[in-house]
Design a protein around this ligand. Sequence first.
Ligand SMILES: [Zn+2]
Length: 156
Amino acid sequence: MSFKLSQRSLDKLDGVHPKLQQVVAKAIQYTKVDFGVTYGVRELAEQERLYKSGRSQTMKSKHLVQEDGYSHAVDVVAYDGSDVVWEINVYDDICDAFKQAAIEVGVSIKWGAAWSEGDIREYEGTAEDAMNAYIDLRRSQGRRPFIDGPHFEVIA
Ligand SMILES: [Zn+2]
């Protein structure tokens, strides 16, 4: 089964790095799980609000417009029919589709549930393995993992 991005999702890609737009366009063809785009570009005021509320870890978000004039990040949301799905296992399936797309487009992408693991194209195992490696690393450092499964960003 293949899925299509809604007009609303396509609108959210406005102002996003062109290669990341291409990755999203391919990933929707490969994914086993339907998804939409909820965020591309984020305004500074919105970032401040998310940072203060703890929903974002940084004021240097890749969703902010970068030096090249584009947002370098997107957030997705998974769907089961018309239901929104938040379970993380669904997002690692989406990451696997992003990986295949990123290889074809030829762009380095980082996943928000495996910050330490670098380019998703270089993952040796599945996205789930990469997330677990990140969690293990953070725990070994006595730090809490910050799992942001819906988030994908260009490594500039
Ligand atoms: Zn994000």
